[in-house]
Design a protein around this ligand. Structure first.
Ligand code: GLU
Length: 368
């Protein structure tokens, strides 16, 4: 139900789904999984895949064990494995006519607003041309201090910045049980979790799987991020054939329900974050357009106050100095000074480089 209603979906695949315990690549599984993705695309859903496996596949190629691997070694191994990983996706997915692209993210790409906006745009542009982005952490350059370290939290950040409706963490367990199913009998799968209280924290025991770095703990951390981003999240068993179809049919997984709506989350982020760095004074035409939910274009801007960078938080005021909206600017104040009052098609000539056509995109703006 939650999955069916979602238009933008992030699916995270753990390493143990791609590489089995005897270090064999699970080719059949991936082939079946690609049918799931085909089906979702045919339903006009936008899909982002976050895939682990670079280090596991790199280790396989070099025939070494992942255990006790030092960071510098694992960085080199990730760069070997990542290309193999993408090759695997490319070959398998092309059989179902799925075009893929690769995005390697570092922590700053999601934690810094300006960079996260850029990443968001890249996702949007890939959707527009019908490509499925496959994301991993840029393990080859990330060091401990600047690392997510696990793809569960990375996936939740990707879901947050891309404005996804739901995130599915495909793992080697059905979901969260009342007790650790590997240690206890008579355990029950928890179907829905509205709030992550102490009991839930306690039962999220560290069930670390063979290849992945994340256990239940990082999945719960991911769920917390999703809950505050207005995004549904599921922990589901990816070991099954056609795991997404299984969720659609049987719903045998654990769902974490968002605490606020997606719109509220975005509004909170835009309105509630740091104080605005500047002001844009707009004309009546632009004000009307904003009321209709349109983006703010350069043509409607009369003046710029303050000095700010691309991605900064700005106030939008009318000619009587009344605040009408707030948003994240796609241009710096210097750039806006050059393009204000002009038609979007002249931006390239005025700035001397290709840039966005909206000064503030409607998704980055909240009407006040
Ligand atoms: N980024 C790592 C890899 O591709 C995996 C991290 C994780 O297991 O969550 O190998």
């Amino acid at each position: 139900m939650y999955l069916k209603n979602s238009k933008k979906i992030v699916i995270k695949i753990g390493s143990s789904l791609l590489v089995d315990k005897s270090k064999k690549i699970r080719l059949n599984w991936l082939a079946e999984f690609s049918k799931d993705i085909r089906q979702l695309l045919d339903q006009n859903k936008k899909i982002i895949i976050v895939s682990s496996g670079a280090i596991a596949i790199g280790c396989k190629k070099l025939n070494i064990s992942k255990k006790n691997l030092k960071l510098d070694k694992s960085q080199a191994i990730a760069s070997i494995g990542q290309i193999e990983l993408m090759n695997l996706f490319s070959k398998t997915f092309s059989k179902n006519k799925i075009n893929i692209s690769q995005i390697l993210l570092t922590l700053d790409d999601t934690e810094q607003r300006r960079r996260s906006m850029n990443a968001k745009r890249t996702f949007e542009n890939l959707f527009e041309i019908g490509f499925v982005p496959i994301v991993n952490e840029n393990d080859s350059t990330a060091t401990t201090e600047i690392k997510y370290g696990d793809n569960d939290r990375l996936a939740s950040r990707v879901a947050q910045i891309s404005g996804a409706d739901c995130l599915i963490l495909l793992s080697d367990v059905d979901g969260l049980y009342t007790k650790n199913p590997k240690l206890t009998k008579n355990v029950k799968l928890i179907k829905e979790i509205k709030s992550i209280d102490k009991t839930i924290e306690k039962i999220s025991t560290n069930s670390v799987s063979e290849h992945g770095t994340g256990g239940m703990k990082t999945k719960i951390d991911a769920a917390k991020i999703c809950q505050l981003s207005g995004c549904f999240m599921a922990i589901a068993n990816g070991l099954l054939e056609r795991p997404i179809q299984q969720i659609m049919k049987k719903n045998n997984c654990t769902w974490f329900l968002p605490k606020i709506s997606k719109l509220d989350a975005r509004k909170k982020w835009i309105v509630g974050s740091v104080s605005p760095k500047g002001e844009l004074i707009i004309d009546e035409g632009a004000k009307k357009a904003l009321k209709k939910g349109k983006s703010l274009l350069a043509a409607g801007i009369k003046n710029v106050l303050g000095k700010f960078n691309k991605g900064d938080h700005v106030k939008i005021v009318d000619k009587n100095n009344k605040e009408c909206a707030r948003g994240l600017s796609s241009f710096s104040s210097d750039e806006i000074n050059k393009i204000k009052g002009h038609h979007s098609s002249n931006i390239r000539e005025l700035l001397g480089y290709i840039a966005k056509s909206e000064v503030i995109h409607k998704d980055d703006m909240v009407e006040i």
